[in-house]
Design a protein around this ligand. Structure first.
Ligand SMILES: *[C@@H]1O[C@H](CO)[C@@H](O)[C@H](O)[C@H]1NC(C)=O
Ligand SMILES: *[C@@H]1O[C@H](CO)[C@@H](O)[C@H](O)[C@H]1NC(C)=O
Ligand SMILES: *[C@@H]1O[C@H](CO)[C@@H](O)[C@H](O)[C@H]1NC(C)=O
Ligand SMILES: [Zn+2]
Length: 507
């Protein structure tokens, strides 16, 4: 008697079942993408990037509104920029619907009164300040010139974040000029020190709104962009909407030992012990959390748009999560989405060639995954260092941002998604996590629906322009920025309710 058929029965039947489930799920996995009517340059309400609009963006870039450190910025430049904004948008600034407050001396808070007080206000945010220009050579245009060249506007702030400030104001100006009377109240909040944590700008705005008991329907601030060639298996452009921000934790490690002359060393030194601690941290990374946070949603929102093999995997995360966990942590970029990262950023010890260092100090910078707590990260460090002689101290920390809802169940997210797809009809939209931080940390108490998105396109080669040399925006992208905000203002100017549609057929 042969056991082969029996074995086949035991192994083969479950295996075939598995294959069937995987195939059925792959074929029936719901699409999260939408196809709203695209914005067309021939539309009556299209905002073209005319010379005067481009000149206003260029004008905004000429103000050197640099933030150096918390509390140390460029007051005169900020005041000039604020005056420039006042002069640039006469309709908005004379409209009886609009009030403007200067908060913390240099930040701006606009309120556009809606006619329907049953609708919670919306809040669009951006910031007035920029990072410094370093001595690095290679700028193809003066960094504060706003020069237009080869279809781009060059200069510090063109993608961080004056395009958003000016794009929102252009859209609102255009709206009001057309006689639009909004139903939903809209706030525009422009902090002046975002690049150095927003303690004097956005934080004051957040506190002011909270004191007034304002609850908003959603916040949209700067953030992730429309990306090209970043998601494996996806050929189209992907607009990523930040639904969370990683937190951070900076830890100081120190070891103190008896110093002494280099000629008669003890067995162990402060440097040796600290080196061991640092090596342990690098050898034992923080846990792999891929699949527990918004990085899972990113994958599922794109599943139906992927090439076949990727699609099979991403439609079946119930089965393939372990595979994804391994794959995603192989490269630094995707690893950063998958876990709390550990970067040893400083290591100092030693005073003289022939003297044993009495102290060694290192700094470790963690970026904390949205599903991780600061305490868990710290506990892991202490456990893997496993040496009481290494003192572990917290220098500073920020808890990860609460995860905002995404997908068909969250109407504010959908309004943003549809606005993006009107402007970029050939682009997909998916939620993702921001590694860096924005002013939104100061708005957590105003709403649970906080999104971070900037409507310009960034290819892998453009990432270095951000806070770097040759920061620039294409004229096409700036035009899309203005029209994105225009459409968003229209799309949220109605009750935002969950709409039932085809996504409900999920297996
Ligand atoms: C834009 O509108 C024009 C004329 O109304 C039409 O011919 C064209 O196909 C439209 N383009 C898109 C992308 O819808
Ligand atoms: C704002 O300006 C006033 C008067 O110039 C000054 O006393 C105050 O300290 C400033 N406040 C901030 C937050 O800079
Ligand atoms: C939010 O509210 C809590 C509780 O009132 C307060 O402790 C916290 O500072 C507020 N957070 C922000 C970002 O304003
Ligand atoms: Zn910014």
């Amino acid at each position: 008697m042969s056991t082969a058929p029996k074995l086949l029965q035991w192994v083969g039947v479950p295996f075939m079942c598995l294959v069937v489930i995987v195939v059925v799920r792959t074929v029936t996995f719901p699409s999260y993408q939408t196809r709203p009517p695209p914005c067309n340059a021939t539309d009556q309400d299209f905002i073209p990037a005319t010379r005067d609009r481009l000149d206003r963006l260029a004008g905004a870039v000429t103000f050197r509104t640099i933030s150096y450190e918390p509390g140390r910025g460029t007051p005169e430049e900020l005041l000039k920029f604020i005056a420039f904004i006042g002069d640039s948008f006469p309709v908005l600034h004379s409209s009886p619907l609009v009030t403007r407050e200067v908060v913390g001396n240099f930040s701006l808070l606009y309120r556009v009164e809606g006619s329907d007080s049953s609708l919670n206000p919306g809040l669009l945010a951006a910031h007035l300040d920029v990072v410094p220009v370093t001595e690095e050579p290679g700028w193809e245009a003066e960094p504060f010139s706003g020069q237009q060249k080869d279809g781009f506007v060059y200069g510090r702030g063109t993608i961080d974040d004056k395009h958003n400030v000016m794009g929102q104001l252009e859209a609102l100006e255009f709206h009001l000029k057309r006689g639009h009377r909004p139903r939903r109240t809209l706030y525009l909040a422009y902090g002046h020190d975002e690049e150095v944590s927003g303690y004097y700008g956005a934080q004051k705005i957040g506190e002011l709104l909270e004191d007034r008991g304002v609850k908003v329907e959603f916040v949209l601030d700067e953030g992730l962009t429309v990306t090209k060639g970043l998601v494996p298996g996806v050929a189209k452009k992907v607009a990523m909407v930040g639904v969370a921000e990683k937190g951070y934790l900076t830890v100081k490690l120190s070891v103190r030992m008896k110093g002494g002359h280099g000629s008669m060393p003890e067995k162990e030194s402060a440097i040796g012990i600290l080196s061991q601690a640092v090596a342990n941290l690098e050898r034992n990374p923080q846990p792999n959390l891929w699949g527990s946070g918004p990085e899972r949603d990113l994958t599922e929102h794109l599943a139906t748009e992927m090439s076949v093999l990727h699609r099979v995997v991403t439609s079946n995360l119930w089965l393939f999560t372990p595979v994804m966990r391994w794959v995603m942590t192989q490269k630094a970029g995707t690893n950063a989405l998958s876990r709390t990262t550990t970067a040893v950023t400083r290591f100092n010890a030693g005073i003289k060639d022939n003297v044993i260092a009495p102290e060694a100090v290192a700094t470790v910078n963690h970026r904390v995954h949205p599903k991780h707590t600061i305490q868990e990260v710290l506990d892991h460090d202490v456990k893997v260092i496993n040496d009481p002689r290494v003192k572990v101290e917290v220098v500073e920390s920020l808890v990860p941002a609460p995860v905002s809802p995404s997908g068909p169940e969250s109407p504010a997210y959908l309004a943003i998604q549809e606005s993006i797809q009107q402007i970029y009809p050939d682009s997909l939209v998916a939620p993702s996590v921001m590694i860096g931080n924005t002013d939104t940390r100061h708005y957590w108490n105003l709403t649970s629906a906080i999104y971070r998105f900037s409507p310009n396109v960034m290819g892998p080669e453009d990432l270095a322009r951000f806070h770097g040399v040759n920061e620039r925006i294409s004229i096409g992208d700036y035009e899309r920025t203005m029209n994105f905000y225009f459409h968003l203002m229209l799309n949220v100017d109605r009750p935002l309710v969950v709409r039932r549609h085809e996504h409900d057929g999920d297996l």
